[in-house]
Design a protein around this ligand. Structure first.
Ligand SMILES: Nc1ncnc2c1ncn2[C@@H]1O[C@H](COP(=O)(O)OP(=O)(O)O)[C@@H](O)[C@H]1O
Ligand SMILES: Nc1ccn([C@@H]2O[C@H](COP(=O)(O)OP(=O)(O)O)[C@@H](O)[C@H]2O)c(=O)n1
Length: 222
């Protein structure tokens, strides 16, 4: 039976790094759902859609064709055949993604894609995001909710960007968490049956081992 693992949590808690490593170690597929929301946001920006106008976003939501790779060793994402893995990480997209992903028509479209990808994973899949355990895959075999202090998350994120200001990074993270947690449609939230792991004082390796153990316990029926 394929194993379905949902990993949710705010930005910088270690979802992507942990999910990729767990999937690679256990021979599972991997899906970065944040990259899909970033990709649709990139398309809106590139096509001159006003990201502050939910009606404009809603009417364009069905237009871009988003294709996600599921190999944890080389995650890939294209929009209308264009590789957008670089551009979707740029500041402009990061600052607009919460507004775009709050639009119900966007979420319906992307959620359908996510369910189709998860349903076709032969050995199973690790899917990471904000609403995977609560909305996208409520019947997942294992749900993990990662947390970490805003200070630790900001330090991790600013470590990735040359010349990043720690204070500004922290403010931007907290603002995005608030927008993602307060939207009406499938907000960032811990599912009741998710295992919460606070990664503030854990190394990435410790978090990976913890999640691998949880998956193995589930597979063994414990
Ligand atoms: N437990 C950890 N301790 C220290 N650094 C970490 C830890 N987990 C992840 N990181 C680093 O923090 C950054 C953000 O991690 P990432 O997996 O992208 O988080 P998320 O997907 O939740 O935003 C990456 O540079 C990653 O290497
Ligand atoms: N399942 C998901 C995943 C991401 N998102 C949105 O996409 C944004 C970017 O997600 P991400 O996982 O790439 O963000 P980081 O953790 O990399 O900073 C989030 O801030 C949410 O607004 C969402 O709404 N639902």
């Amino acid at each position: 039976m394929p194993v379905i693992v949902a990993i949710d949590g705010p930005s910088g808690t270690g979802k992507s790094s942990t999910s990729k490593a767990v999937a690679a170690q256990l021979g599972l597929s991997y899906l970065d759902t944040g990259a899909q929301y970033r990709a649709i946001t990139w398309w809106m920006v590139t096509n001159g859609i006003d990201t502050a106008d939910p009606f404009a976003i809603a009417s364009a939501a069905g237009k871009p064709e988003i294709v996600s790779g599921t190999d944890p060793e080389k995650p890939a994402i294209t929009v209308d055949g264009i590789d957008v893995s670089g551009p979707i990480r740029e500041q402009d997209v990061t600052s607009k993604v919460s507004a775009v992903s709050a639009v119900p028509e966007v979420r319906t479209r992307i959620t359908e894609l996510q369910r189709a990808i998860a349903g076709s994973a032969v050995t199973g899949i690790v899917v990471e995001g904000r609403d995977i355990g609560t909305t996208v895959l409520p019947d997942a075999d294992l749900k993990v909710f990662l947390t970490a202090s805003p200070e630790a998350r900001a330090a991790r994120r600013s470590g990735e960007l040359e010349g990043a200001d720690l204070h500004a990074t922290r403010e931007a993270l907290v603002k995005r968490d608030a927008a993602d947690s307060s939207r009406k449609t499938s907000p960032l939230a811990k599912a009741d049956d998710a295992v919460e792991v606070d990664t503030t004082d854990l190394t990435l390796q410790q978090v990976i081992e913890c999640v691998v153990t949880l998956v193995e316990e589930k597979r063994a029926g414990r």
